[in-house]
Write a protein that binds this ligand. Structure first.
Ligand SMILES: NC(=O)C1=CN([C@@H]2O[C@H](COP(=O)(O)OP(=O)(O)OC[C@H]3O[C@@H](n4cnc5c(N)ncnc54)[C@H](OP(=O)(O)O)[C@@H]3O)[C@@H](O)[C@H]2O)C=CC1
Ligand SMILES: O=CCc1c[nH]c2ccccc12
Length: 333
């Protein structure tokens, strides 16, 4: 059973269709256009999920193994994250630590089906295939499928992007990846692959926070219209990489208001993450500290930001620009 959701400006029409989910993803996706709406399916602390355009659900909070854990052994950090309640783990071939992510998955003792594992395709060289790299990732991760496989970057491959997307569709058909998507794609990258695609990417994982919102809003709107969900990384940039900007007083005010409303102290990182969740964006974050991991897992259950607070946060964000990663996303399409 799957849910097809159309959106008009004022109403959502849901049609239940008895279509097998994996038997015909291309057909299901065609039926699902225009786009899925980005509401959460539940608000339970650690199990908040968002629906994707292929009928699967993605846990809305992910624990990342790039950045701080880049080329490092991720086992201890990931075991702590899993034991504390994270089920969605974000890895990548490029991070050089899929092996230790796999060790953590084994050491956690969690059943495979209770975890949601993402990895990402690194630069594809001539003579390599997407499948061969994914099979190697699966060996390192010690699993026989990933939940989500992303093209990490659109612009560093020796093979045309259209061919790569075809190969992504193949590995999905073979069951090696339940869902397929992209990362760091601009509108022009989507325009390159979508005309020949039979399966749409389910997500675009990009840097997303108020200090890139001015630049990223049109991409966010475009992908939302296509039914492609945004996943954020670098979401804490305003407080960890760009202090002293116009967002500081706004964030302090909202943090104080939510702390009072909820009756317990919240952090600015939680408020930034709450903003992302309210925009239907999957939050990919990371921490070496159990206390912060617990904070992130508590974000879904915090009081919502009001529409006025969201507007104020976004207006302040648009007054300053700070991109920490992948500068090509600032190019005009
Ligand atoms: N697709 C892509 O191209 C990219 C994907 N990613 C993915 O996203 C994940 C998260 O990215 P990242 O940019 O690290 O995410 P965030 O912006 O969420 O930053 C997390 C970092 O912020 C630190 N932090 C949190 N709160 C504070 C605070 N109050 N003061 C100081 N430091 C603080 C944490 O350190 P601490 O340990 O002290 O809590 C942690 O290192 C990566 O691991 C990776 O999986 C990242 C970049 C690019
Ligand atoms: O997924 C992240 C890719 C990336 C781009 N720039 C950096 C710098 C440090 C770690 C990871 C990355």
């Amino acid at each position: 059973m799957m849910s097809i959701i159309w959106h008009t400006p004022s109403i959502a029409i849901r049609i239940r269709a008895s279509l097998g989910r994996t038997s015909c993803p291309g057909l299901i996706q065609l039926l699902q256009c225009p786009p899925l709406r980005f509401q959460s399916t539940n608000r339970d602390m650690s199990t908040l999920t968002f629906p994707l355009n292929d009928g699967t659900n993605v846990p809305a909070l992910a624990f990342g193994t790039g950045t701080a854990l880049y080329n490092k052994d991720a086992q201890n950090a990931v075991v702590t994250a899993i034991k504390t309640g994270f089920v969605h783990l974000d890895g990548a071939q490029m991070y050089g630590n899929e092996d230790s992510l796999g060790d953590a998955i084994v050491a956690s003792g969690k059943p495979r089906e209770s975890l949601y594992i993402t990895t990402k395709l690194n630069k594809l060289s001539k003579g390599q295939t997407v499948k061969s790299t994914l099979v190697e990732s699966l060996r390192k991760l010690k699993v026989d499928y990933v939940n989500l496989f992303l093209i990490h970057m659109p612009n560093h491959h020796e093979v045309p992007l259209t061919d790569i997307w075809k190969q992504m569709e193949e590995v999905q058909k073979e069951g090696l990846a339940k869902s397929i998507g992209v990362s760091n794609f601009r509108i022009k990258d989507f325009e390159e692959i979508l005309p020949g695609a039979t399966v749409k990417p389910v997500v675009n994982q990009i840097e997303f926070h108020p200090y890139v919102f001015g630049a990223a809003e049109s991409l966010y709107e475009y992908t939302e219209k296509q039914g492609i969900r945004t996943e954020s990384y670098g979401g804490l940039t305003p407080i960890v990489r760009a202090r002293g900007g116009p967002l500081d007083p706004v964030l302090a005010k909202i943090t104080e208001r939510i702390s009072k409303t909820g009756g317990k102290s919240v952090s600015e990182g939680q408020v930034l993450s709450k903003w992302l969740l309210q925009k239907g964006v999957v939050v990919v974050t990371t921490s070496s500290k159990e206390e912060r991991i617990k904070e992130y897992l508590a974000v879904p259950s915090l009081p919502d930001l009001t529409a006025e607070e969201i507007a104020e946060l976004e207006a302040a964000g648009k007054k300053h620009h700070k991109r920490a990663f992948c500068q090509w996303l600032d190019e005009k399409n």
